[in-house]
Design a protein around this ligand. Structure first.
Ligand SMILES: Cc1cc2nc3c(=O)[nH]c(=O)nc-3n(C[C@H](O)[C@H](O)[C@H](O)COP(=O)(O)OP(=O)(O)OC[C@H]3O[C@@H](n4cnc5c(N)ncnc54)[C@H](O)[C@@H]3O)c2cc1C
Length: 289
């Protein structure tokens, strides 16, 4: 196994093109710090404020007019702010006065794992032809860098934005989702698909049946339950799934200093470097640097 990028040893499988994403992001972070950036983990942004700025050309002009208020009472001063909040992108946008819509609705994706003695059944990535009604790829079979094979994911409405298990529940998230007319419209249009996904989420053999279209030899006893992810699905007021990038600012003074990336749909991880370039161009055009 040859690494694809210098310094990223054994995190990528050239045969499948799959990478260990956690390791890749750590390297992104190291590059950022090497160029003078600071990273604060465990820091929840609670609000933005623009401090009174002196007139252009005045000696006393504020260099960092924006204050980002965070958890634990810690504030950060900066010139401009770019947010990429994933599952909380709409809430971050509202902090600078943006419209709550497009709303983020969380859809959990559960994976099944192929038992180790059955991993020989899948030698490369197997993808379905996507259903044009949905922005999701549909269940696929993915050999991973560590030799395991992931099957899925499905798409089930989650009762919590960061709800990675079936039992996770947040009253605020549920109330926000079901009181949003866009979600109700989406549900009415796709009721049988939604119920089918919920059924397949509980009954493994039903999910395996879908996968047998690609690997007919697969049996329900060849798989175990695996990890889950939660998609940050942006929905518009008509219940349409937003499948393109959405950028937003805000109102008043803060609006000219904040850029929110409100929707970065999959495969935003794979294409993160190109997306970063697009965001950098957007920053050049939006802010007076
Ligand atoms: C099951 C699943 C499988 C996927 N598979 C693939 C794939 O194979 N390939 C691919 O390219 N993409 C895949 N994706 C999609 C990919 O993960 C997303 O498109 C991408 O992560 C979006 O990036 P983002 O920066 O917008 O959001 P995120 O990666 O979600 O990052 C948002 C960050 O903002 C932080 N945050 C939120 N609110 C606050 C706050 N108030 N203060 C501070 N921080 C905050 C969060 O903690 C998080 O770290 C998959 C997604 C899922 C759910």
């Amino acid at each position: 196994m040859e690494p694809h990028c210098k310094g990223l040893k054994a995190i990528t499988s050239p045969h499948t093109g799959i990478v260990d994403w956690g390791v890749v992001t750590k390297h992104y972070g190291k590059n950022f710090e090497a160029q003078g950036g600071d990273i604060f983990c465990d820091y929840e942004v609670k609000g933005f404020r623009v401090n009174k700025e002196s007139k252009a050309g005045e000696q006393s002009g504020l260099q960092y007019p924006v204050t980002v208020h965070g958890s634990k009472g810690k504030s950060i001063r900066c010139r401009y702010v770019v947010t990429c909040g994933g599952l909380f992108a709409d809430r971050l946008a509202q902090l600078s006065g943006c419209n709550p819509v497009p709303r983020i609705v969380p859809f959990r994706g559960d994976y099944l794992l192929l038992k180790p003695e059955k991993c020989h059944l899948v030698n490369g990535n197997i993808y379905p032809v996507p259903n044009p009604r949905f922005p999701w790829l549909g269940v696929h079979l993915t050999p991973r860098v560590d030799g395991s094979v992931w099957l899925g994911p499905n798409a089930i409405l989650s009762f919590k934005r960061e709800g990675y298990s079936m039992m996770d529940f947040s009253l605020r998230d549920v109330v926000e989702s079901i009181s949003f007319s866009g979600l109700r419209k989406l549900a009415m249009r796709n009721i049988s698909f939604g119920l089918g996904e919920m059924y397949r989420g509980v009954v493994i053999s039903a999910q395996v049946k879908q996968l047998q279209r690609f690997v007919p030899e697969l049996k329900a006893y060849d798989v175990t339950r695996g990890p889950s992810g939660v998609r940050a699905q942006a929905l518009d007021a008509d219940g349409q799934l937003v499948d393109d990038f959405v950028f937003d600012g805000g109102v008043g003074e803060i609006g000219s200093r904040v850029l929110h990336v409100r929707n970065a749909p999959s495969p935003a991880a794979t294409s993160s470097l190109s997306i970063a370039k697009m965001i950098a161009d957007k920053i050049q055009n939006t802010f007076t640097l």
